[in-house]
Design a binder for this molecule. Structure first.
Ligand code: ZN
Length: 76
């Protein structure tokens, strides 16, 4: 898997991390999902976004310690 060690913009050091999503008092790593986001409904009421867990891929994000550039990868 691609793992940048040097920033493509300034040549600074890239460090691995992730972008947390908050949910009901907890934090989870972000995922990429194929297709456009569609609203889910329960009894006709809005209930978040439809997701198929089989289509979700965890996102790894690298950040340049010097300029802050972010580069993300979503690969199984
Ligand atoms: Zn940089």
């Amino acid at each position: 898997m691609a793992q940048p060690t040097k920033c493509e913009e300034c040549g600074g050091r890239m460090e691995e991390g992730f972008i947390p999503d908050s949910t009901y008092g907890a934090y989870l790593p972000s995922h990429w999902h194929r297709g456009p986001a569609e609203q889910s409904r329960i009894f006709g009421l809005p209930a978040g976004t439809k997701v198929d867990r089989g289509l979700m891929v965890p996102i790894r994000t690298f950040r340049c310690a010097a300029c802050g550039l972010l580069r993300s990868y979503a690969k199984r």
